[in-house]
Design a protein. Structure first.
Length: 101
């Protein structure tokens, strides 16, 4: 295995998240960047994301705080609530834009 193959082996991409708010998620274990594509087709790139936070977001390890089409208050798992809890409330550095290919 050459160096490029080793680098690519460590990268993790995930597609098709089960969420009413999040469409797709991509996490790069080398750069520690996570790109989230929301259902409205907006992309956001989050920086310095550990594998633990990535998994917590991906698994939806947060309960909803409001009721809506996604379910009742406290619905678990919720990827959208996890984005809010693990990224937004913690003031993770981000920018609008990004790509998932």
């Amino acid at each position: 295995m050459d160096l490029w193959e080793k680098i690519m082996w460590f990268r993790v991409y995930v597609d098709g998240v089960q969420s009413t708010n999040v469409k797709r998620v991509k996490w790069d274990s080398v750069t520690k960047e996570m790109v989230i594509q929301f259902q409205n087709d907006r992309y956001y790139t989050y920086y310095d994301i550990s594998e633990k936070i990535y998994v917590n977001v991906l698994d939806g390890l947060a309960g909803t705080k409001t009721a809506g089409p996604w379910g009742p208050v406290g619905k678990y798992p919720s990827v959208g609530a996890a984005v809010h809890q693990w990224l937004i409330q913690r003031k993770v550095r981000y920018k609008r834009g990004g790509r998932i290919d």
